[in-house]
Design a protein around this ligand. Structure first.
Ligand code: SIN
Length: 275
């Protein structure tokens, strides 16, 4: 694809591209927006360097792609309900994204995309892995694709979020976390490509199979999705931004830098019901 207003350098054959020649602190022009959107759909996750966006600029960038999502559990910073805080330090018991997942897939209409800005990163470590669920689906045997067709799975917020945010003032004793049933293989609404849509974090079981069979199938799919062939790995610097498409990408944040600090904000863009 030829771009006029941005420079796009693919990271791997299957997923990821670094984008230059754009200032995300400024409102996007029509051509830049269109080219960014095209590059995003083509590469599934885009990476940017030296983008010291303010919280308002970050939200404005997200809003170009859709309405912003409010997280069902994580307490936001004051006055910014659409912001998800991503922070780890020497007191942390968890970090966001420690297991392979797509964001908030427990909702009936899970977010289509996420834009993460980190301003403080450890000297080394704290990379994020991204995996293409298009590539994972395409690499399945035709027999397996036929077997998976029409299966649905439960995605549970309860198993991920319960008690997780209490230390940050998020008392959830009266909260009911979302749960949804989604197709195991979904079709991306923009590209029309098929993508595997189960993940270790949220998916609890396959509805249409006996428990043990479903468990074995899920484990097989998770191991398949986690093959390095389908991945790219992003090394953060202060003021890097990554934006990923949750409909076709899983990600994993590596917590190998304890007790160092890694800090930033994520905005998350609303999506539609997986089909
Ligand atoms: C997340 O949004 O899951 C966190 C990703 C990261 O911290 O790299």
């Amino acid at each position: 694809m030829a771009y006029q207003s941005i420079t796009v350098r693919p990271c791997t054959a299957n997923i990821g591209a670094e984008v230059d020649g754009i200032d995300l602190c400024k409102p996007l022009g029509n051509q830049q927006f269109q080219e960014l959107h095209d590059a995003w759909m083509a590469h599934q996750v885009l990476f940017f360097r030296n983008q010291p966006v303010t919280v308002e600029q970050h939200k404005a960038l997200g809003r170009k792609f859709g309405d912003l999502h409010i997280h069902p559990g994580s307490p936001p910073p004051d006055g910014h309900p659409e912001i998800l805080v991503v922070h780890a330090d020497g007191t942390s018991k968890h970090v966001s994204g420690e297991r392979w997942h797509t964001d908030v897939s427990c909702e009936a209409e899970p977010p289509m995309g996420s834009i993460l800005h980190l301003w403080q990163v450890p000297e080394v470590g704290g990379d994020t892995l991204f995996a293409s669920m298009y590539a994972a689906y395409d690499a399945l045997s035709e027999r397996m694709k036929t077997y998976l067709e029409g299966l649905t799975a439960v995605h549970s917020g309860e198993q991920v979020y319960r008690g997780r945010y209490v230390a940050r003032g998020g008392d959830d004793s009266h909260k009911v976390y979302p749960q949804a049933v989604h197709p195991v293989v979904r079709t991306h609404p923009v590209t029309g490509r098929k993508t595997l849509y189960v993940n270790r974090n949220f998916t609890s079981h396959i509805v249409d199979l006996p428990r043990d069979e479903g468990k074995a199938v899920l484990e097989l799919l998770y191991q398949h999705c986690e093959k390095p062939d389908f991945q790219t790995r992003f090394k953060w610097q202060p003021d890097s931004i990554a934006m990923w498409d949750n409909r076709c990408v899983q990600h994993l944040a590596i917590w190998d830098y304890y007790p160092q600090v890694r800090s930033g904000y994520r905005v998350t863009i609303k999506g539609d019901r997986p089909k």
